[in-house]
Design a protein around this ligand. Structure first.
Ligand code: MN
Length: 692
């Protein structure tokens, strides 16, 4: 394990004026926090954090990033709190450590193609700061290096697959190719060990057949360059097993047909020299047509710059040559991390020039499409408007930003949306209109009795949810107006001595084409009840109360049946109904004092006391609570524990000692409400409760 002095020396190598005290403090703090915990290898747990810090120090990352690496597992694996980190190391470090912790909590479960891309985007969205992702990648690299200590082969393979599908592509996109190569190679070795061995063996054969090949080629290249007066550093590097395998897959060729197993690199001082070298190489060796690529004029999207060409080399076989400057070489290996290292200040990445590059990079990272395509700014916006959430099975659902639990339900299946009654978000019961956040795990609760509520249309954001709700409401509306109309007509009959008889209903008088249309218009309030009464013999003009009452069970609230928002009746209350033209029926408390004179006949209505039904009603409470910081949380907690959900909450009045909360609660019936009121009254923070 690297000691704190070694680590500090390593950081100082790249950066003379480092905050040594901070590094030492983080080193000791993390070591103490992890205490006697052990890794699978038997090494102390903290050795992992120290090695992650070493990887980042070698990349020349800034001190805060290295401090974050030392602390990256303390929130998850020890008793340290976020507040403590903030107090000791400042808010920036606390924020970065929190970010890495959040990333680690995301569980990768599926490898379906579009899920994989969603996963990468989710990780980026959660990262917020690119340094969070860099620490996470170093963390993953060290876990891969120590993968062989994990006993279970299934577990090793699972981690390897996740690394290959998620982390290696992320490393590649921010240009950290050395990390990407190493992660990929270990992952490939773990998952496809027989393929790995086949290629490795074959490489060994090629090497032993012509073991001077690399040396001879380097010497020959050096000679022609010196003749042209150019000093350059030349090296030959065998490609990684995994990248050879990928090439074989892509081109569908055998190992023998791959001619660029070894890449030669010529590193010079300036861009001009790159093109000079290219000229010298092309005039001394025969070029393989169609293989020349100029990534200096047109860099790759992860800012990779280099000239690539393939020529017939000194040993009469094709060799790949990459020509670049030192700076380009560093970026090719380290990508975004290179920007922290080639200047001496501490948080260099904040300098304008680098910042711009980081910004461009983020554009590419966050775009919807394949990173090989050129991106425009609008695509970044598109990404910012997405949010990714999990099903309980671990599938990722992509939704537009602002989407609610109802949108999520419809996204899974129309039938789930149509019958949802609640949602458990990250294990906690939450209202259906809750706006979802990245990484939320959403479990939709459904009930056969439920049907879409017209009110949902106001808060859903996806086209699918909107369309489904509207379709349901439209069909349902027609049906319910007819049903309400029929009940109202029977209600009128019951005021008289006549028994119900459809022959008496001269619907043609109202320009209705059918009896159903007539009922529909009565239900809608377009044909007043007095006109219905007038159709019967010896029609009176005065309407009294009927012996009958209208049953509310048949109606889904919010379509043709509405609960008045002055008195909020709930199941069990004494109620009356009023017909509102074009809307249907509005139900008030029987003693509501907001009902205006002359709104039409008051209609006797009754609840159907069907306890089984999942009917839900809104009750409005005024709760006076102690003016203490925790009061709010206590109240909301009691309400949710009581199986109710809050649909609206408002602080009305605040004094030094108390404040008045106006809370709209969704509950089942009056008994449910009484129970809830009782449990609120027991609470010491509650002064009084009144239903409005
Ligand atoms: Mn870790």
């Amino acid at each position: 394990m690297i000691t704190s002095s070694e680590l500090i020396a390593l950081v100082k190598d790249r950066n003379a004026n480092v905050n040594e005290d901070l590094l030492r403090k983080a080193y000791i703090f993390a070591m103490e926090a992890h205490g006697i915990q052990k890794r699978a290898s038997g090494a102390p747990y903290f050795s992992h954090s120290a090695e992650v810090a070493r990887i980042l120090a070698e990349l020349g990352m800034d001190v805060l990033t290295i401090v974050t690496a030392l602390l990256h597992d303390v929130l998850e694996d020890s008793n340290v709190s976020h507040e403590e980190l903030e107090e000791i190391f400042g808010s920036e470090v606390a924020f970065l450590v929190e970010g890495v912790t959040k990333l680690s909590r995301i569980n990768y479960t599926s490898s379906k193609v579009q899920q994989v891309e969603n996963f990468r985007k989710l990780l980026l969205a959660i990262s917020c700061d690119i340094r969070v992702l860099i620490v996470k990648l170093a963390d993953r690299l060290h876990n891969m290096r120590t993968l062989n200590y994990i006993a279970s082969i299934e577990k090793r393979k699972k981690i390897a697959l996740e690394s290959l599908e998620i982390y290696a592509p992320l490393a590649e996109r921010i240009g950290m190719n050395l990390i990407k190569d190493e992660i990929e190679d270990i992952a490939f070795y773990t998952i496809y060990s027989s393929e790995y061995h086949a290629i490795a063996t074959r490489l060994e054969e090629i090497r032993s057949k012509d073991n001077d090949f690399i040396q001879n080629t380097i010497l020959e290249l050096q000679r022609v360059l010196l003749e042209a007066g150019i000093r350059a550093e030349i090296s030959g590097r065998e490609k990684k097993v995994y990248s050879i395998w990928k090439k074989m897959q892509k081109r569908n060729v055998s190992l023998e047909q791959i001619n660029d197993i070894i890449a030669f690199r010529i590193i010079v001082k300036t861009v001009e020299q790159c093109y000079l070298v290219l000229g010298v190489v092309h005039s001394n060796f025969r070029i393989v047509p169609g293989k020349f690529k100029d990534y200096i004029s047109i860099p790759k999207l992860n800012n990779y710059r280099s000239l690539h060409t393939i020529v017939i080399g000194p040993s009469k076989q094709p060799v790949e040559i990459q020509i670049r400057t030192e700076e380009m070489h560093k970026i090719a290996d380290e990508g975004i991390a290179a920007h922290w290292s080639y200047k001496n200040g501490d948080v260099v990445a904040k300098e304008e020039e680098s910042l711009k590059w980081v910004e461009n990079l983020l554009n590419i990272l966050q775009s919807r499409k394949n990173p090989e395509e050129v991106m425009s700014n609008s695509k970044l916006e598109m990404f910012e408007e997405e949010v990714f959430c999990f099903t309980p099975e671990g599938d990722l659902i992509s939704l537009p930003r602002g989407a609610t639990a109802v949108d999520f339900a419809y996204e899974i299946h129309t039938a789930i949306g149509n019958t949802c009654i609640g949602a458990r978000i990250n294990g906690k019961m939450s209202p259906l209109k809750t706006v979802l956040r990245n990484g939320d795990r959403v479990d939709i609760i459904t009930s056969l009795y439920q049907s879409p509520e017209a009110a949902w249309e106001k808060f859903v954001v996806t086209g699918k949810a909107k369309a489904c709700i509207r379709r349901f409401v439209k069909t349902r509306e027609k049906f319910e107006f007819v049903s309400l109309g029929l009940q109202l007509v029977k209600y009128v009959f019951a005021m008289t001595e006549f028994s119900f008889n459809e022959n008496l209903l001269n619907y043609k008088k109202f320009a209705c084409s059918s009896l159903n249309k007539f009922y529909h218009n009565v239900g809608r309030g377009d044909i007043p009840l007095s006109a219905v009464r007038a159709l019967l013999p010896d029609g009176e003009t005065q309407l009294g109360m009927s012996e009958e009452s209208v049953r509310l069970l048949d109606f889904v609230p919010g379509i043709v049946l509405h609960f008045a928002d002055c008195c909020y009746p709930i199941l069990g209350d004494k109620i009356i109904g009023i017909i509102a033209s074009g809307k249907g029926m509005i139900v008030h408390l029987a003693n509501c004092n907001q009902i205006e004179e002359g709104v039409g006949p008051l209609i006797r209505v009754k609840w159907d006391n069907n306890e089984e039904a999942d009917a839900a009603f809104i009750a409005r409470l005024r709760i006076v609570v102690l003016n203490k910081p925790e009061s709010f949380a206590i109240i909301t907690n009691i309400i949710s524990l009581g199986g109710a959900s809050i649909t609206n909450i408002k602080i009305e009045h605040r004094s030094i000692d108390f404040f008045d909360l106006l809370v709209d609660i969704k509950i089942n019936n009056t008994i449910h409400l009484e129970e809830l009121e009782a449990s609120l009254r027991i609470c010491l923070n509650v002064r009084s409760i009144r239903r409005l």
